[in-house]
Design a protein around this ligand. Sequence first.
Ligand SMILES: [Zn+2]
Length: 205
Amino acid sequence: MLHKDIILCPRCFTPHKKLPLAPKEEARCVRCQALLYRYRAGLEYLLLILSTLSLLCLLIANVSPLLRINFGELSAHALLLEAILSLFDKGFVFISFFSLLVLEVFPWLLMGTLSLFATLVLLQRGKIIAKGSLILIEIFRRWSMLDIFFIAILVAMVKVYQYAQIHFGMAFWALGGFVLLEIYVIKSIRIEELWELWERRYEMA
Ligand SMILES: [Zn+2]
């Protein structure tokens, strides 16, 4: 029996022999009933829809104003990238670099690779590229911290709110939408499911 045919229960570590499932079936631990793996029908479509929506949110977050601040007579609004660059100008080099990674680089990379993977798997083309993108997805997922960052921004806003009037722009809500989609993608779709999807789709081809 090959090593990859054995699966350990994530809760009680009982080993199980892996058997192929039919669509919508799931395998549970014989001892503690924990979910081992499942065959989610139409996962490739779900992935494509979620990643496309996320990319759309990111696009809106970058082209529309993030927020407008009224401070007495003064009023200013900023785009997301402008806000990040202004941090750099003010000498917050580390924070601006970190923001660039968390708010721009990794979200684009994660959702871009995910939509590439979903498209290739749907078309049953580019087996090796799809495999490579899965490996990248595993890496980018670990770097997705936008949700934590978003909460940090909210907390900071509450503080600024005491001194100035803030109006959240379209980009702010788009970022919020992205965070919800990203949490759903990361928490509800396990990376093992994606590997199984990859095996299944290219075996069929
Ligand atoms: Zn178990």
